[in-house]
Design a protein around this ligand. Structure first.
Ligand SMILES: Nc1nc(=O)c2c([nH]1)NC[C@@H]1CN(c3ccc(C(=O)N[C@@H](CCC(=O)O)C(=O)O)cc3)C=[N+]21
Length: 286
């Protein structure tokens, strides 16, 4: 396969990580401690397990200390709150991530609100979402920030382009739309109630698929020469009793039409981890 049109998030994530490593090494003599990232995890969501593992490995590689706690699914809001307060006050901790989704009895919005906004490594605190909306500096949501970093690295300028974001989650779709708007794209947000989704997507110069539905973006929906960013990470059966990861884009067929496309795995997933580390280092250096 001609791979020159693949946006290699995995390779770019490595580049970002070595840059972070140098920044940390340069700052260590003055700071006397490494940056610290704390992950609060509640219960056992399988997608979260992969994420936490990749994140911890990456932290080790760049020299970020890992903190945090894994609570059972039965943990109470008071227990999580107490942990958040403790980490807010812990001088060794620069970034805090509250792993989502939380078990149904916990209110994610109420808990996110308790994070110190300047330790909000995931950029999900309302203050940081507000800063993004206003175009002010602040910690940015990792997955959409990873998408913007990929576009920049490959000299794909969204300015004046039609960008269609499929999905409107607070984790990806909404901040993604704001970041593309900040980069002067003409942004459309499509979602499950969108009529004529195929027509909306077909008008896009840049497509960001973030719905969590395996291979829902098919070649017939894609304008020739479009840039296709696949944020979906779905586990599907591989027909042999195991599973494989597929994105929200039917990769093989869309590859033939797209100018550029991100693979799954090896695309935006590793960039999400890299941006989490970048936010932590930014908070540390501030
Ligand atoms: N507060 C919060 N923020 C998140 O950003 C967040 C979250 N909660 N909860 C869980 C999801 C999931 N997520 C992933 C990120 C990277 C990979 C990743 O690195 N994937 C690799 C490899 C996957 C594999 O090998 O299984 C890839 O796509 O190449 C996976 C999953 C972040 N999430």
């Amino acid at each position: 396969m001609d791979t020159t049109r693949i946006l290699d998030g995995k390779a770019l994530a490595k580049t970002v990580q070595s840059r972070l490593r140098s920044q940390i090494e340069a700052a260590l003599p003055q700071r006397n401690r490494p940056p610290g990232l704390a992950v609060i995890r509640v219960g056992d969501d399988p997608a979260s397990a992969v994420y936490v593992r990749n994140k911890e490995r990456a932290c080790e590689r760049v020299g970020i200390a890992s903190f945090g706690q894994h609570f059972p699914a039965t943990a109470t809001a008071a227990e999580i709150s107490a942990k958040i307060q403790e980490l807010n006050d812990d001088e060794r901790v620069d970034g805090i991530l509250l792993q989502l989704p939380l078990p149904a009895h916990l209110d994610a919005v109420a808990l996110l609100l308790q994070l110190d906004p300047d330790k909000d490594a995931d950029g999900l605190h309302p203050i940081n979402l507000g800063r993004l909306t206003r175009g002010e500096a602040g910690l940015r949501s990792c997955t959409p920030a990873g998408v913007m970093e990929v576009l920049k690295a490959y000299n794909i300028d969204p300015s004046g382009k039609n960008a269609v974001v499929v999905g409107r989650s607070i984790l990806v779709g909404k901040p993604m739309a704001l970041m593309l708007l900040e980069a002067n794209a003409t942004v459309t947000v499509a979602h499950s109630r969108t009529q004529n989704l195929a027509d909306v997507v077909a008008a896009a110069d840049i497509i960001v698929a973030a719905v969590g539905r395996p291979e829902m973006i098919t070649a017939d929906m894609v304008k020739p020469g479009a840039v296709v960013i696949d944020v979906g990470i779905n586990r599907v059966g591989d027909g042999a009793g195991g599973y494989k990861l597929v994105g929200d884009v039917a990769f093989e067929e869309v590859f033939e039409k797209a100018a550029w496309i991100t693979p799954v795995p090896g695309g935006i997933g590793p960039m999400t981890v890299a941006m989490l580390l970048k936010n932590t280092v930014e908070a540390y250096l501030r």
